[in-house]
Design a protein around this ligand. Structure first.
Ligand SMILES: [Zn+2]
Length: 311
């Protein structure tokens, strides 16, 4: 019989294309943190079996949970089924909400877009209610938080598909000039390789940037200008307190976020200051922490006090 006092545990699951992170929290005891990789070449059924094994492991090592929040990069329909996910194509059509109910029959569960949840977690950590968040990695994800809530709410904020270059490169979605077609990690590396006339990996780019190589500096600057265009446009529409820039690619390049900030500052106009740009505080963990927040919201428990009071 589980001890009812231990049912206050909340679990966040950050589902990625290659790996999954779990974090369980409860008052008065250490958090449970665990990362596992999806089985190679597996289909959705094998992936769910791997997840079920991890959930058993969590229950044995840490205890039961009363609420579960899941951060998903895939598009899901309002019923909780996966419509499309290029990261793991076999998940298309999967009834994710149903699978979660079977995995956690005694817990409340919810699924949300990983960019929206990352934005929520970063906003809470910054102690701000009005935030735009842009995460630069394999693509560009992100989200918008206004008055402390994710917007638009009925669907995800797709900041990576904001058009910033009318005749820009082709995006994975088929359109030209989406933010992520210019500013994602792979897009930046491709541009650097074109400028250098040789292949460029992430470490080459970081070293080239440090050494002031024109092919590296120019490639990164073009990404930072595209991100700045997005931040300035979001600022004109939403007037957020701050724009937070994170994601593994941005975090791994010293000077990247300050350069976005500089490009944004110089794009302000009289009467409308552009949002201040801050680096993400949670690094690669923002969507995982957002998933924990989502779970906590399901319990009706009060949210933890933000680290910094909202002005
Ligand atoms: Zn696109």
């Amino acid at each position: 019989m589980p001890d009812p006092a231990r049912r206050d545990g909340v679990l966040g699951i950050d589902v990625g294309g290659t790996k999954v992170a779990l974090r369980a929290e409860a008052a008065g005891r250490p958090a449970y943190d665990r990362v596992f990789r999806w089985p190679r070449g597996a289909d959705a059924a094998a992936d769910l079996a791997a997840l079920a094994a991890e959930v058993s492991r969590l229950r044995e090592a840490w205890g039961p949970v009363g609420a579960v929040g899941v951060a998903m990069p895939a598009t899901t329909d309002p019923g909780g089924a996966v419509t499309t996910w290029p990261g793991r194509p076999s998940w298309a059509g999967l009834d994710l909400a149903g699978a979660l109910r079977r995995l956690f029959p005694d817990a409340a569960t919810a699924v949300a877009d990983d960019g929206d949840l990352a934005a929520l977690a970063e906003a809470r950590r910054a102690g701000r209610d009005d935030v735009v968040y842009l995460g630069v990695g394999t693509g560009v994800g992100g989200g918008v938080v206004l008055a402390g809530r994710s917007v638009p709410g009925r669907s995800s904020a797709e900041v990576g598909h904001m058009v910033v270059a009318l005749d820009g490169p082709r995006c994975d979605c088929g359109r030209r000039g989406c933010l992520q077609s210019v500013a994602s990690g792979p897009a930046t590396l491709r541009r650097a390789a074109d400028g250098r006339g040789a292949e460029v990996g992430f470490d080459d780019l970081r070293d080239g940037l440090r050494d002031g190589r024109a092919w590296a500096v120019d490639a990164v600057d073009a990404s930072c200008r595209a991100l700045a265009a997005a931040v300035v446009s979001l600022g004109e529409l939403l007037d957020p307190a701050v724009a937070i820039v994170g994601g593994g690619f941005a975090a791994g390049l010293p000077g990247f976020v300050p350069l976005v900030a500089e490009r944004v500052r110089s794009a302000g106009r009289p009467g409308r200051a552009a949002p201040a740009v801050l680096p993400a505080a949670l690094g690669g963990l923002s969507s995982l922490h957002g998933a924990v927040e989502l779970a906590r919201g399901l319990t009706g428990a009060p949210l933890p006090a933000p680290a910094v009071p909202t002005p």
